[in-house]
Design a binder for this molecule. Structure first.
Ligand code: PLP
Length: 394
């Protein structure tokens, strides 16, 4: 059976060129980058090159790029590190209701340690309101953390405007750009972003390695304590092969961003338009325009997203409902509830996140299969039967 992978927001396949670049650091160049001998120096050169590549791709300076073990660690470090470093200035943090749990659960942790957190609501498209952001800023606000693009519904926030507000009020601005980097052009020198989390495994790089951009003038407390790695800011022997892979993956993604975006947007829009047109009682989640190029998120009324996923998987289509981190849970997604959906509707969500290797024939097969599967599940659904006034085909 032809398998079609539509879960690129969860993770992506390693790019062949990335693997080739990593391979020497998994074999002959296995040294510890802190060692003074030639094995160590080779590893250090690989890490330095990756740092330069990431800085170039993002319009930052190499000294502003730090490596961590994942998006979760980068977000934890950004929030806890800023909270600790600026706690004498204030104890108020602003975020949004639809952040990834890596941010939301870190905020909950900080609340238990005496910080105040404002969770900005979002509108039905998933965007924060800039006036509400301005009004939420107090004298003791030290940090605004708003994600660049949402991992479930794909909505892209007005990052430039948020950054301008933060800068005007002298508040540090962190953005979780794990889903945006490689999909949306980002040039940090011209931005008001002070910290930015980016991930490699969402852009055909390896898992377990991430970069946190920290603007030069920003103070941050270390999160991992130990050796003097990463200029005394993040202790632990570097994952050399992973870092090399992340650098290469971002270089490839940045070079091909225009072509990738154009191709994904075309397929995304065909999926959205056709699925909405051909399947009644379906709702598009997220903003139609300010949206990640590869994101489709639709709720189908009267059915369970989980049943839809299993049925699609049996037909070779790998998709997701909600985010990968929460899809094992029976609770509806906090993002879908925050945009105003009721529990029943939120349970019927399907996220398709496209990648570069999907053909137009694949898209046609996906449309046909979703249509047939939704129809079949609705025929079995007591909720749908009640709505139609009788049970059918059971
Ligand atoms: N932030 C966002 C927006 C994400 O989508 C993810 C993962 O999907 C993370 C943070 C956490 O990244 P990781 O699972 O690599 O630690």
């Amino acid at each position: 059976m032809n398998r079609i992978y539509l879960d690129n927001a969860a993770t992506t396949k390693l790019h062949e060129e990335v693997l080739n670049e990593m391979m020497p650091y998994l074999t002959d160049n296995f040294g510890n980058a802190s060692s003074v001998h030639s094995f160590g120096r080779d590893a250090r050169l690989g890490i330095d090159k990756a740092r330069d590549r990431i800085a170039k791709a993002l319009g930052a300076s190499s000294a502003e790029i730090y490596f961590t073990s994942g998006g979760t660690e980068a977000d934890n470090w950004a929030l806890k590190g800023i909270a600790e470093a600026y706690s004498a200035k204030g104890k108020h943090i602003i975020t949004s209701a639809i952040e990834h749990h890596a941010v939301l659960h870190t905020c909950a942790y900080l609340e238990k340690r005496g910080f105040r957190v404002t969770y900005l609501p979002v509108d039905e498209k998933g965007k924060i309101n800039l006036d509400e952001l301005k009004n939420a800023i107090c004298d003791d606000t030290i940090l605004i953390s708003i994600m660049f693009a949402n991992n479930e519904i794909g909505t892209i926030q007005p990052i430039e405007e948020i950054g301008a507000i933060a800068r005007e009020k002298d508040v540090i601005f962190h953005t979780d750009a794990v889903q945006a980097v490689g999909n949306v052009k980002i040039y940090l020198k011209d931005s008001n972003i002070d910290l930015l989390s980016l991930s490699g495994h969402k852009i055909h790089g390896p898992k377990g390695v991430v970069s946190l951009y920290i603007r030069k003038c920003v103070k941050i407390a270390p999160f991992m304590h130990g050796g003097a790695h990463e200029r005394n800011r993040r202790a632990g022997t570097e994952n050399t092969a992973g870092i090399v892979g992340l650098g290469k993956a971002l270089e490839i993604a940045a070079a091909g961003i225009n072509a990738k975006t154009a191709a994904l947007v075309k397929q995304r829009d065909k999926l959205i338009d056709t699925l909405l047109e051909q399947i009644p009682e379906s709702i598009l989640n997220g903003d139609r325009v300010d949206r990640l190029p590869g994101n489709v998120n639709i709720c189908y009324k009267y059915i369970e997203g989980a049943s839809l996923l299993i049925n699609l998987d049996m037909k070779g289509i790998a998709a997701s409902s909600g985010s990968a981190c929460t899809s094992g849970s029976l609770d509806p997604s906090h993002v879908l509830l925050a945009i105003g959906l009721d529990h029943g509707t939120a349970h019927g969500s399907l996220r398709l996140s496209l990648g570069e290797d999907i053909s137009d024939e694949d898209i046609d097969y996906v449309i046909k299969t979703i249509k047939e599967t939704v129809q079949k599940l609705r025929e079995w659904s007591p909720l749908f039967a009640a709505k139609e006034g009788g049970i059918k085909n059971v």
